[in-house]
Design a binder for this molecule. Structure first.
Ligand SMILES: [Zn+2]
Length: 58
């Protein structure tokens, strides 16, 4: 089962989506993306929580 996370679903106006086979895989992509596109060196805990909730099976 593929898991997916979309930036839009955490309230960010952005078309990015991360797909992977595990939450860890998605989180890696999301962190890289947040840094490169949103200028976040680290994801704040409250956003991290939203991100983890927004990850779902496609
Ligand atoms: Zn984004």
């Amino acid at each position: 089962m593929t898991k997916v996370l979309r930036c839009k679903e955490v309230g960010v106006d952005c078309d990015f989506e991360a797909k992977g086979n595990s939450v860890e895989d998605i989180m890696r992509q999301a962190q890289k993306h947040a840094k490169e596109k949103h200028g976040m060196d680290t994801i704040p805990p409250e956003l991290l929580e939203k991100v983890q909730k927004a990850i779902h099976d496609e």
